[in-house]
Design a protein around this ligand. Structure first.
Ligand code: AMP
Length: 281
């Protein structure tokens, strides 16, 4: 596996691969790799000549009070995992090379970003779209892979790619969960065993919601109350949001028909966790 750190060097490499007619699959990550990331990488390996993974903990998507400094960075472990997965190239840039002192540009998608996670993390998606635009211009991928775990992010990236005519496909891969149903996340490392038991309530609420919808609960307000009552049985959970939306555009639904997106965000002892499900019925 080749490890490249400089954006110019990475871009030259991608241009030379494109000249050789190679398809490039790209998986952007912040590292602390788990089975969720690995599912994206395996899909890229299956469908492309070359797979590039980036590891970059992007400061622009963290608010000052968030966990930028304590975000896990087990780089040696990550490199070993990527080698095992037979990734072709790891792009691991330094912050000062991605954001030199002269840097002045922000890329922003409107509308889709000012709801759900955008309300409690106001500048987060601006950071995401700015770094992803840079990474797409450096990697020039044929397809980029994103997880449904961050469904709002994936929809925003799809909109960005379409609106700015970025010549690339976006593929959204299903949420990978552990054996108990907890959606894998690098931030799960912050959870003690007791907190994990609380965190499991997220997926339990989503499963219950599926049953309730099947039983005929088609009023989003009623569904929200049921989810809220279930989650708040635990005194350790603080709800950030419970949203029932149209999966295409994340607009709130007044009535449930055909399909719905349920997005959940909670805090357990200051650790913020998100989960979601798309229900078709
Ligand atoms: P991150 O390193 O958290 O920025 O995530 C990098 C990519 O992996 C994003 O597209 C995430 O949506 C995706 N991802 C993270 N966790 C999971 C998961 N449990 N299942 C599927 N994809 C995931």
């Amino acid at each position: 596996m080749e490890i490249l750190t400089h954006p110019k060097e990475m871009q030259s490499k991608s241009l030379s691969l494109i000249r050789q007619n190679k398809s490039i699959g790209f998986v952007p990550t912040m590292g602390a790799l788990h089975e969720g990331h690995q599912s994206l990488i395996r899909e890229s390996n299956k469908n492309n000549d070359i797979t590039i993974v980036s590891i970059f903990v992007n400061p622009k998507q963290f608010a000052p009070h968030e966990d930028l400094n304590k975000y896990p960075r087990p780089i040696e472990q990550d490199i070993n995992k990527l080698k095992e997965l037979q990734v072709d190239i790891l792009f691991k840039p330094e912050v000062e090379d991605m954001y030199p002192n002269s840097f002045l540009t922000t890329v922003e998608v409107q509308g889709l970003t000012n709801k759900l996670c955008g309300l409690s993390r106001p500048d987060h998606f601006k950071g995401v779209t700015t770094i992803c635009t840079k990474l797409f211009n450096i990697m020039i991928p044929t397809i980029s892979y994103f997880g449904q775990k961050d469904y709002q992010q994936a929809l925003i990236i799809k909109r960005l790619v379409e609106d700015l005519n970025i010549p690339m496909k976006v593929k959204i891969m299903p949420i990978v969960r552990d054996h108990q149903g907890l959606a894998l996340s690098s931030r799960n490392q912050y959870l003690s065993e007791d907190m994990i038991n609380e965190a499991l309530k997220l997926n339990q609420a989503l499963k219950l919601s599926k049953e309730w919808v099947k039983e005929g609960v088609l009023d989003p307000a009623e569904l929200k109350i049921r989810i809220s009552n279930f989650l708040l049985k635990s005194t350790h959970i603080i709800i950030d949001y419970i949203e029932i939306c149209d999966p295409q555009n994340l607009e709130p639904l007044n009535y449930i028909n055909n399909s719905l997106f349920i997005g959940l965000a909670i805090y357990i002892d200051k650790v913020r966790l998100i989960d979601n499900a798309i229900i078709e019925y």
